[in-house]
Design a protein around this ligand. Structure first.
Ligand code: C5P
Length: 237
């Protein structure tokens, strides 16, 4: 039987590293908010049942009108206020997902270049119910450093990857991982870390270098380039 998959999209960050007042998920890319680019991938994927969107507290009504209704996004069934950290925001969203969902896929609202193909490969790999994340191999040589910048060691690059989103887990396991992290006061930088610490297996599949997280102003310029490469002519309007 096909599993029922719900997406949780954390988009409740305030974008303090962007040096602009608008949070990065609402900045325009080819005239369309970054977050709408992201949500459209879930909208068109037949593997996604519904979407729980997490936004900055107080912005639920405006997001409903200006993003969801304006752009005709039908799969966003819930809009939830986020928390102080990404982890808290995901947890808020997760708690609002239907218990009927078998799996939950978490994807950053500020990664607009996810493709339906990557999403499909991820969900295919997770068919057995285990956790699967998108990740890319390291291109540069990693260094472990002390606080003063002195190098401590050179870890083997062949065994290291950079974790991205999407990340998919069984809803039950992800819920347990978040509850336990909250109870233990643990803050992870991704959801996989919370699942890993409970001893559940998580595997990676090859993500994409285009699947960037728009964090800084340079990222936005890079995003415009990626869009231009995908849809030639866009930047030249
Ligand atoms: O930059 P950062 O890794 O924190 O952001 C990743 C995603 O998490 C972004 O889509 C951002 O909006 C979201 N986030 C959130 N709640 C926070 C902080 C970040 O939903 N408190």
């Amino acid at each position: 039987m096909t599993p029922r998959v719900t997406a949780v999209i954390p988009a409740a960050g305030f974008g303090r590293r962007m040096e602009v007042s608008t949070p990065k998920q609402f900045l325009l890319l080819d005239g369309v908010p970054v977050l709408v680019h992201t949500l459209r991938v879930f909208e068109v994927s037949p593997l996604i049942h519904d979407v729980c969107l997490v936004v900055p507290p107080g912005m639920e009504p405006s997001c409903r009108v200006e993003l969801i209704d304006s752009y005709g996004l039908k799969k966003v069934s819930r809009i939830v206020p986020g928390g102080e950290t990404r982890q808290a925001s995901v947890y808020q969203g997760l708690m609002k997902t239907s218990p009927d969902a078998d799996q939950v896929v978490v994807h950053d609202g500020v990664r607009p270049f996810l493709t339906t193909e990557l999403l499909q490969r991820l969900l295919e790999a997770a068919k057995d119910g285990t956790g699967v994340i998108a990740a890319v191999p390291l291109k540069d040589t990693p260094k472990e450093i002390r606080e003063d910048g002195t190098i401590v060691s050179t870890p083997d690059r062949a065994r290291l990857v950079l974790a991205q989103t999407p990340q998919v887990f069984s809803r039950k396991v992800l819920m347990e991982a978040h509850q336990k992290a909250y109870a233990d006061g643990v803050l992870g930088t991704d959801d996989s870390a919370l699942v890993e610490r409970l001893g559940h297996p998580v595997r990676m599949i090859e993500g994409s270098w285009d699947n960037i997280k728009i964090t800084t102003p340079e990222d936005l310029r890079w995003a415009e380039r990626i869009l231009e490469m995908r849809q030639p002519g866009i930047g030249r309007k």
